[in-house]
Ligand binder design. Structure first.
Ligand SMILES: [Zn+2]
Length: 275
């Protein structure tokens, strides 16, 4: 049993100067490959259920899947809710066995974001699990624009909510398909000068690999969320498997062939965050 909370994997990362990957899952095939990759690299991993994952599979099922994988893994595995938007959604994740709740109040005014996030953090801590909040808005490629994190507001947010991890907006953008969007290092330094809460980068797929490595080992960024990059790898592996034999129709036979390419792609992602 290596089920862990977010704080249990991020605090050692903060003191040991490395980062942990928050991997966006969409189903059994990718989550299983993510854990296999983490075991092969000997590092912890955060399995994340975001909005599109939850739209496809109910939270109680995802909780069971994450916990089953954690129970059989040789490395710490966090069962994390990504972008919970309401108290009820976070409550359902807690009741479904998740060990970490991300509440995203980043579209709301500061005072409201603080008040609502503090409530989720209190609920999480009362149950012995963790909470991630977001301050400053991380936008979406071809969608909403970002609003950069103000360092003073970030310090106030960390202090008043009691979160275990804080997602910040420092040039990162969700859903980027290339690795060309560098982060604003000066803003990261200004934030970490005012608070020692572990920092989280959403939209990690868009960050150049060299910068991921640099920040993982020299800053308070302890968690990089990676979604798009590995979803592209899965899509490519699935397409190859489907096209390799037009007569095949059994989906388990086809999906099996995504496993090895996904493990390989994930191991490459994980290596950039190592000490
Ligand atoms: Zn995100």
């Amino acid at each position: 049993m290596t089920l862990a909370t977010l704080a249990q994997v991020l605090q050692p990362a903060l003191s040991g100067r490395y980062a942990v990957a928050g991997l966006v899952t969409l189903g059994w095939e990718d989550m299983r490959a993510f854990v296999a990759a983490a075991e092969a690299e000997g590092c912890p991993v955060i399995l994340q259920a975001g909005p599109s994952c939850r739209a496809h599979t109910p939270l109680p099922i995802l909780g069971k899947m994450f916990r089953h994988l954690a129970e059989h893994a040789s490395v710490p595995v966090v069962a994390h809710l990504d972008h919970g938007y309401t108290y009820d959604e976070c409550r359902e994740a807690l009741d479904s066995g998740f060990t970490s709740l991300m509440f995203d109040g980043s579209r709301k005014p500061l005072a409201q974001n603080i008040a609502e996030t503090a409530q989720i953090a209190e609920m999480a801590h009362a149950a012995g699990i963790s909470c991630e909040g977001e301050i400053g808005f991380v936008g979406y490629a071809n969608g909403e624009n970002s609003a950069g994190t103000d360092p003073e507001e970030a310090a106030k947010f960390a202090r008043e909510t009691g979160v275990d991890a804080m997602a910040i907006s420092v040039g990162n953008v969700h859903l980027q398909q290339d690795k060309e969007g560098g982060l604003d290092i000066a803003r990261i330094r200004a934030i970490e000068a005012l608070t020692d809460v572990p920092l989280v980068i959403h939209g990690g797929s868009g960050v150049p690999v060299d910068q991921r490595r640099l920040l993982a080992t020299t800053s308070n960024i302890c968690k990089f969320n990676i979604g798009t990059e590995l979803r592209m790898a899965f899509g490519a592996a699935l397409r190859t498997a489907v096209n390799s034999d037009p007569a095949r129709f059994d989906r388990v036979t086809i999906l099996k062939e995504t496993h090895d390419p996904m493990v390989a792609a994930t191991r490459q992602v994980l290596r950039a965050f190592a000490p």
